[in-house]
Write a new protein. Sequence first.
Length: 125
Amino acid sequence: MRLRLSELRRPPMRDWAVRFAFGAGVSALAGVVSVLAGPRAGGIFLAFPAILLASVTLVAKEEGVRQAGQDVRGATFGALGLIGFAVVVALTVTIWPLWLSLTVATLTWAALSLALYATVTRLRR
């Protein structure tokens, strides 16, 4: 993995606009849900990978369906890990120091996401 800033100029502005629109749309939806159903319900929508839909469409167009499928799989592992993060924070934030709650939640997210990736990778072989 490496960072090449010159690659940022490669996608057309339309692609950037589509990603921004999807992200803004999902964030706005989370705000509406928060107002109507409360912050807990709205928070669930914020865990949704806001630009995933736009990104997968663009990746499929530029790099092929197989690469898009791999991106979706990775996003799924990350989103499931975020559920673990949310559960740990919900259970510990009022009884542990905030730094400890967030640290354990972050470690839970990483461990759960990586464990899911390793399990699926092993099962596919």
